[in-house]
Design a protein around this ligand. Structure first.
Ligand SMILES: [Zn+2]
Ligand SMILES: [Zn+2]
Length: 211
């Protein structure tokens, strides 16, 4: 069974998701925002082994603990990032724009691509490339568990900002309509900030992007 532990971490309250197949204990971290020690402690408490890190996009508030995790974990995790966000990753996720400094991040080891499948202890996730907030933004959809980790693409009655470098409003709208609103209505949306919502709820109530 897929288990999901949300952790709110870092200077701008980012949702980090520690997820695992509870039968096998194989775990992944989606957007390790901050506090690598805390994320590892949460996994240890449950006897889960973190083997993968999946990045929705390379803004600093979503990758701040990637370096920590790579250092702390005995076996270096796979780090998946879309190549279009590689430049942002190398620029510390734009931390300087917000007057933050970040420790150096390790190199991503897996180039995410649209419709690529990720495997976590027998549970399959589909990578969907959803540019607009950043050029390499991706979401992780698990049809089996009816859940989608949607980063900063869409929030409860809001959407990701498009005024940062690489952002594009028209592209964001297209990504939401084609990749989010096409999912089954009951799909849970777990965003990078704020509370969870569902596809059905946003199709009806999102004031920024109508279905
Ligand atoms: Zn962002
Ligand atoms: Zn964010």
């Amino acid at each position: 069974m897929l288990e999901i532990v949300p952790l709110i971490l870092g200077p701008v309250a980012t949702n980090t998701y520690l997820i695992a197949n509870s039968d096998t204990g194989e775990a992944a971290v989606i957007d390790p925002a901050w506090d690598g020690q805390l994320i590892v402690a949460e996994a240890k408490r449950r006897n889960w082994q973190i083997s993968q890190i999946w990045i929705t996009h390379a803004h600093f508030d979503h990758i701040g603990a990637a370096g920590d995790l790579a250092r702390i974990l005995e076996t270096p995790p796979t780090i998946g990032l879309h190549p279009y966000d590689r430049l942002l990753w190398e620029n510390q996720g734009g931390a300087a724009i917000f007057d933050f400094t970040m420790p150096a991040s390790p190199e991503p080891t897996l180039n995410l691509a649209h419709k690529m499948e990720l495997e976590l202890g027998g549970t399959t996730f589909q990578v969907l490339h959803t540019p607009g907030h950043t050029p390499g933004h991706c979401i992780f959809y698990c049809a089996q568990a009816r859940v989608c980790f949607c980063g900063d693409l869409i929030f409860q009655n809001s959407v990701g900002r498009t005024d940062l470098p690489g952002g594009d409003w028209n592209v964001l709208v297209k990504s939401i309509r084609s990749q989010i609103y096409s999912l089954p209505d009951e799909t849970r949306l777990l965003p990078g900030h704020g509370p969870e919502t569902t596809v059905g709820q946003e199709k009806v109530g999102n004031s920024f992007v109508h279905a």
